[in-house]
Design a protein. Sequence first.
Length: 351
Amino acid sequence: MTQIKVGASRSTITPPVGVDLAGYARRQGPSTDVRDDFRCAALVLDDGRTRLALIALDLLETDFEVDAMLREAVAASTDTDRDHILINCSHTHAGPGAAKLGRLGRRNMDYVNTLPERVAQTAATAAARLTPAALRYGEAPVRVGINRRETIPDGEVTIGRNPEGLVDTRVRVIEVRGDAGPGAVLFQHACHGTALSHENRRISAEWMGSAASRLESALKGTSLPMFLQGCCGQINPDAEASFDEVERLGAEMAEAVAASLERPESCVATPLGARREQITLPFQDPLTPAQAREELQQTQDEHERLQLEGTHESVIRAHETLVRHAADMLDRARNGVRQTRRFPSSSRRSE
């Protein structure tokens, strides 16, 4: 069996104070200080025929444009095929996004434009550390989230608490042990990085970063912890908004990861493979012109009310995006065409 080689590296990509924190429309103002440093963690795997690069970033998300920038930079620095690169964001709502998010926080392009080189350098360091390694897999029960898709008495679905809804109840862990140099511990779970509310304006890696920091201390430099976010769309932390809860959830996750490493099973790691597939998804059915006009009028009235009440400019700016969206929906209603879009996009343009 072919021997797999693995290299790992970590760098700091903490954004500057003053950037907008992404993920909430009601946040009143930019970031005020740094509570946690942000990580870029890279793991490169090679079996002599195929090379893979896994990149974990403490960011809310990227878009197609930034994803392409990162892939090109990592591919060039590690001699890896672009489609053999996984870029995963932790989805912290207490940090900037690297995507056009409209009402959820302006992205800082001065910061975003530094990411490709910084991420590529981290990945290149990992590739330079390739050493024969063994992989082991483990799981452990843990539940940090609650389903947020709640149906209220009038039948409307809202963001709330649904204890009966689907959540992730396990952490999945891959431990990489190298013959020389640091190994890695990849841990994957699905839950939003929203243990802090829109009122928080401190830069933070959230509960995911707390878990990684605790694991880094426990592993004493022998392995690099890497968090990989899962499909967390309807799962929020089951917590009150506070840094105490960030630390509590981080501790629970770190303990579960440690438990998974007590009796892991060896993995057959070769041959390595990668697959990238494009899918086509439809837009929702357009509103009727009458419905779209009513929605546009409501958003315009709300925007005017916010201005008259002297609401914070950040909230007003966020609401302007809703007005533009409603106007776009009216255009779609008038032409009556149900559109589709392919994902991932092959375009360099942000979608």
